[in-house]
Write a protein that binds this ligand. Structure first.
Ligand code: ATP
Ligand code: ZN
Ligand code: MG
Length: 506
């Protein structure tokens, strides 16, 4: 946003009548404020008469001083009002008049706005919004002085800026740029592998939505993938296994940034308000009589604390939170495969490739910027080896810049391909679509910053992560290679051996 202005209208409540003498003091003070006090902070290069804050008008009645301030971005009107209050308190003090409080009557943020539409802003904070003549005006709801001290208007402005960037991205989730594509390769199957697996009794729907029970054959495929990952990636690159928590409290998502947007896609986790059985007795009885679980009654007795694992690495960072790492321990490479990830995919659920409960190996690496970038290159090479030499897939790599990068002012780094994500995608012959089956991200200093992790030397600590989705790998492999094991690449066949046949149904 090019330019922004703030308009403030409010009242200072004093402890005594503002006498003629007091009015004289105020009048002189306001002259001084407009020339000096409310100009402190305007850059030297700018004309003080045109920038900073200014008291536009004021009037005294009884114990009240009502005034209006307008400002630009240098000395913002809300800061100016507080500055005014503090400085005036000193002057009126000599007349034995105290200042009881500062009330906000009206607050507006006006900003240049070159987009045709206005964004949606939260109504609890923004009462009214108007768009005209290339400017947007927000009437902000400020309750009291504390809102000024907490710089609520600044936060609202930041949100407005973020929404603008979002609109500029035209609703796209991410920018996509092809980096590399494999040669065309023969595929041996043209149906949906999930259906085929169901018909063969390899998998069956779990009782929950978007959940599968994987029989012995697919489980062996999953485990073979893990063996390959172990052999080609984890061992040679020096990865060490850890176990990351799978229940993620808000505290973690606030720091990882997920609290900004994760709401429509998570599985929420709640605790009972009490574990006193009496509190739950009527619910138990209800079930005993009706055979139904009264979820509406349960909702009132539980408290949300967070959600189930969505991205795998955020809860890992609590391990390092607030600590200082020795430079000698870098680079650090750890991985987690200790449990499921959960996403509410709504109507998007499809086969085993888009599910609500999935299995993923997450690699996390930490180091200096150079180390992290270099490690990502190594990892990319090794992934390429697996998909080219072991699986012989038809696949491609794309550089994607998620919109939150734009919003965090990191587009420059993304353009240099230092921070951002490579998506690995493969063709599904049965529908002609490309499916992302894993990713590799360089996250810059985002996580160390968010979780307050530092390096002993004071250098910037960076990190990266990569999520390998076992369902997606399976979907891609079977969609291209089919179910005739003879046709599978030799390099995979020798690793997997025989598929177990266990259940026989009549
Ligand atoms: P998509 O665009 O396909 O929804 P995403 O961008 O949401 O994928 P990421 O957040 O990058 O996926 O997650 C990393 C990896 O986790 C993916 O590459 C994929 O392997 C796996 N994954 C994500 N969502 C699902 C899902 N619903 N079902 C199975 N695997 C998933
Ligand atoms: Zn991650
Ligand atoms: Mg997704």
């Amino acid at each position: 946003m090019k330019d922004v202005w703030f308009h403030f209208k409010g009242v200072l409540k004093c402890s005594a009548e503002l006498t003629e003498e007091a009015v004289k003091v105020i009048s002189e003070f306001i002259k001084f404020a407009n020339e000096d006090l409310l100009k402190r902070g305007v850059p030297r290069s700018l004309d003080k008469r045109e920038h900073g804050a200014e008291i536009e008008s004021w009037e005294v009645s009884g114990k009240e001083l009502r005034f209006k301030i307008k400002s630009d971005r240098y000395v913002r009107a809300h800061d100016a009002a507080l500055r005014l209050k503090n400085a005036l308190a000193g002057r009126l003090g000599s007349l034995k008049i105290g200042i009881r409080g500062l009330e906000v009557e009206n607050f507006e943020i006006i900003a240049d706005w070159d987009l045709p539409e206005a964004p949606r802003m939260p109504e609890i904070l923004v009462e009214k919004m108007r768009l005209d003549d290339g400017k947007i005006t927000l009437k902000v709801r400020l309750e009291d002085e504390a809102d000024l001290r907490n710089r609520l208007p600044d936060r609202i402005l930041r949100l407005l800026e973020e929404k603008r960037e979002r609109l500029e991205w035209r609703g796209k989730e991410e920018h996509w740029e092809l980096l590399w594509e494999s040669p065309e390769r023969p595929t041996f199957f043209d149906k949906d592998p999930t259906q085929e697996m169901q018909e063969r009794g390899w998998i069956r729907h779990g009782a929950a939505r978007g959940q599968w029970i994987y029989g012995p054959q697919v489980t062996k495929i999953f485990r073979t993938f893990e063996k390959i990952i172990d052999e080609v990636i984890l061992k040679p690159l020096g990865y060490v296994e850890m176990i990351f928590p799978k229940l993620v409290p808000w505290e973690v998502w606030k720091r990882s940034g997920h609290a900004r947007a994760v709401y429509p896609e998570i599985y929420y986790v709640c605790t009972p308000k009490t574990r006193d059985p009496k509190f739950w007795e009527d619910i138990m009885d209800y079930f005993k009589i009706t055979g139904e679980v009264p979820t509406h009654m349960i909702m009132e007795r539980i408290e949300n604390i967070g959600g189930l694992c969505y991205a795998q690495c955020p809860p890992f960072w609590v391990f390092l939170q607030g600590r200082i790492l020795s430079d000698a321990s870098l680079p650090i490479c750890v991985f987690d495969r200790s449990g499921t990830s959960h996403r509410y995919e709504s109507g998007g659920i499809h086969g085993i490739e888009r599910v609500d409960e999935f299995h993923r190996i997450e690699l996390v690496w930490l180091g200096t910027k150079e180390q992290v970038v270099e490690h990502a290159k190594k990892l990319e090479k090794r992934y390429t080896f697996i998909f080219e030499e072991i699986f012989e897939l038809r696949w491609r790599k794309a550089w994607v810049t998620p919109w939150f990068m734009a919003q965090e002012g990191r587009l420059g780094l993304a353009e240099k391909k230092e921070v951002g994500t490579i998506d690995f995608e493969a063709l599904l012959p049965y529908n002609g679509k490309w499916l992302e089956f894993q990713n590799l991200s360089i996250n810059g200093d985002k996580y160390p910053k968010g979780f307050n992790v530092k390096l002993q030397s004071g250098k910037e600590l960076w990190s990266g992560c990569s999520g390998i989705g076992l369902e997606r790998w399976t979907a891609v492999f079977l969609a291209q290679k089919g179910f005739d094991v003879e046709k599978w690449p030799e390099s995979f066949r020798e690793r997997i051996g025989e598929l177990p046949e266990v259940f026989k149904f009549v």
